[in-house]
Design a protein. Structure first.
Length: 101
């Protein structure tokens, strides 16, 4: 009985309402020590960064010299929009939407 209660309780904790974005993901570790041993590190060309609710591997963006610095609090699953090679604080649309409709 206790096992069933635990399983049901854990299942209820992971339910996300449609109004929410999702649960916090700890995909990697920002710790240099753990990343150095590749325990929770990121692939080449990506860095472990906070997404506001956990840590995920995100592409390392190189800023062009003539582009203003952009401090953006958005997590963009499909990357950030760019205009003339400069990153904007705006998300790219889901590329799979057109494939479905």
């Amino acid at each position: 009985m206790n096992t069933l209660w635990l399983v049901v309780s854990l299942a209820l904790l992971t339910v996300v309402s449609p109004a929410q974005f999702g649960i916090c993901v700890e995909q990697c570790s920002p710790s240099f020590i753990l990343s150095a041993v590749r325990a929770l590190g990121c692939p080449s060309g990506q860095a472990c960064m906070s997404n506001g609710c956990g840590h995920t591997c995100q592409p390392i963006l190189e800023r062009r010299a003539n582009c203003p610095f952009v401090a953006c609090g958005l997590y963009c699953q499909f990357g950030f929009r760019e205009v003339d090679g400069c990153t904007l604080c705006s998300c790219n649309p889901n590329p799979f939407i057109n494939l479905i409709g």
